[in-house]
Design a protein around this ligand. Structure first.
Ligand SMILES: Cc1cc2nc3c(=O)[nH]c(=O)nc-3n(C[C@H](O)[C@H](O)[C@H](O)COP(=O)(O)O)c2cc1C
Length: 447
């Protein structure tokens, strides 16, 4: 059920009893009307509408979707253009795309068809995370249904436009979510990211052809941009942060879950919507955009670019608001920690994950992430050395920014922010040798 403070556009039908994943149900609630409208427009005009909407990518970096489509895709190469929907969703704490796929798959299929039409694409892929087999099944059924009704295949709705969508199961690694790693994987290879330049997907993507890569939530938004028009869409949210976003709130709040909201303050989201901390507890820290983003301390006072101070409660939950607090909204996976959480163990668990998921192509990430895991593991199990925190910080400096893809930062940013903000707590813990390994995943320890 939607919370009264939500503005459900993408999730409008998702949790309603009347709704199902069948195409007939989707059609009953005006499904594929946006596609019919789009097919009467010129592809370039659709791209301009998306540009006017201000829609920013929901996969991580927040790049403006219309700019990518209109200005970056190489249309002069004479090569076919491909579109890939990134449904890999592997960032810790992120579970929004799964909801969209499981509960309203035709919205994604419709968004993918419109986006393909807008970009002169005749073959699109939905690359879905290996660990989401149910999602893959649901999507394949939706693709088959769309075919039967003439929304896919040759001469869609008599428009002369042809499109096929291939649902491709992922290879089961975090790095498959990085767009160039994904492309390598889609081509049947190990998901080693490609170097940019020259391998920006818009110029040299899958099969070395121009390729549009967009996240599930981004593509779902396109349906609504066509329905309401780019300028109307831009009125939702606030400038540079248009539309709604689905936030995945997990951890120590009374009502964790996914919430589709317009920008609101941290206090509104965590207290009014998510019910605040568990009884007798106090919120301590929040990772605002999936595991790799810098942690925010609830006690800290933040400063915007003009030097104005604001508290954690006042942080605006959107791209720019979280950026002003020194972190990023990333994949909108918000992990909430209260005063029961041992921050060193939390960091250790996260670093063990990124060490496990390093694809191994670049030495700083492959070796460095493993070292950070070993160091935090020994700190958590009572074998810490005096220099360990400094060593961690030093390692962090030598990983992010020195690798082919941005995954190095998944190790660097947590270290810099957790140690930077909670160093005293970590030192006290190590000195008192009281690291009891209460929540640390034993399987991840390697001394
Ligand atoms: C290590 C890493 C993992 C990523 N994982 C995902 C992912 O699981 N899903 C996703 O949509 N984007 C992911 N991204 C971002 C993609 O590379 C890409 O920017 C995005 O799919 C573009 O779509 P958007 O413009 O609609 O956001 C990841 C990036 C990095 C560096």
């Amino acid at each position: 059920m939607a919370h009264p403070k939500e503005n459900r556009i993408l999730l409008k039908h998702a949790d309603e009893d009347y709704f199902s994943t069948d195409i007939d149900c989707y059609l009953k609630y005006d499904g594929y009307e946006a596609l019919k409208k789009a097919l009467t427009m010129k592809p370039e005009d659709i791209r301009l509408q998306v540009k006017a909407s201000g829609l920013r990518g929901r996969g991580g970096a927040g790049f403006p979707c219309g700019v990518k489509w209109h200005d970056l895709v190489d249309r002069k190469s004479g090569k076919p253009i491909y579109l890939i929907c990134n449904a890999d969703e592997s960032e810790p704490g992120t579970f929004k795309d799964r909801q969209l796929i499981h509960k309203d798959p035709h919205q994604l299929i419709e968004g993918t068809i419109i986006s393909s039409f807008a970009n002169d694409v005749n073959l699109a892929f939905i690359y879905i995370r290996e660990e989401m087999p149910l999602g893959a099944k649901i999507l394949q059924k939706a693709v088959d249904e769309a075919h039967e009704k003439g929304f896919l295949g040759k001469n869609i709705q008599g428009s002369g436009y042809d499109l096929e969508i291939v649902v491709h199961r992922g290879a089961g690694a975090y790095i498959c979510g990085e767009e160039t790693g994904l492309i390598e994987s889609l081509e049947g290879k190990r998901a080693y990211p490609r170097i940019k330049p020259p391998f920006f997907p818009a110029a040299k993507g899958v099969y070395q052809c121009p390729t549009v890569v967009n996240n599930v939530e981004t593509l779902c938004n396109v349906v609504h941009i066509i329905n309401m028009g780019g300028e109307e869409f831009a009125k939702i949210g606030r400038p540079n942060n248009t539309g709604t976003r689905i936030w995945c709130v997990s951890g120590m709040v009374q009502n964790p879950g996914y919430y589709e909201i317009e920008p609101m303050t941290m206090k509104e989201l965590l207290y009014d919507v998510c019910g605040g901390p568990l009884p007798g507890r106090k919120l301590k820290a929040v990772v605002p955009g999936g595991g790799s983003m810098k942690i925010l301390d609830t006690e800290e006072t933040y400063k915007d670019r003009d030097g104005n101070e604001f508290s954690f409660d006042d942080i605006i939950v959107d791209y720019d608001g979280i950026m002003a607090a020194g972190s990023m909204s990333g994949s909108s996976g918000m992990m909430v920690m209260d005063d029961s959480i041992d921050i060193l163990e939390a960091l250790g668990n996260l670093l063990a994950f990124y060490a496990h998921e390093s694809c191994g192509q670049c030495t700083p990430c492959r070796e460095g992430s493993l070292w950070t895991k070993k160091i935090t593991a020994r700190m958590c199990t009572g074998g810490a050395r005096d220099e360990d925190l400094d060593l961690l910080m030093d390692l962090a400096k030598n990983i992010g920014g020195r690798t082919v893809c941005p995954m190095g930062y998944s190790t660097t940013w947590p270290i810099e922010s957790y140690v930077g903000k909670f160093r005293e707590e970590m030192e006290a813990k190590v000195k008192s040798n009281s690291c009891g390994m209460t929540n640390f995943d034993e399987r991840l320890i390697e001394k």
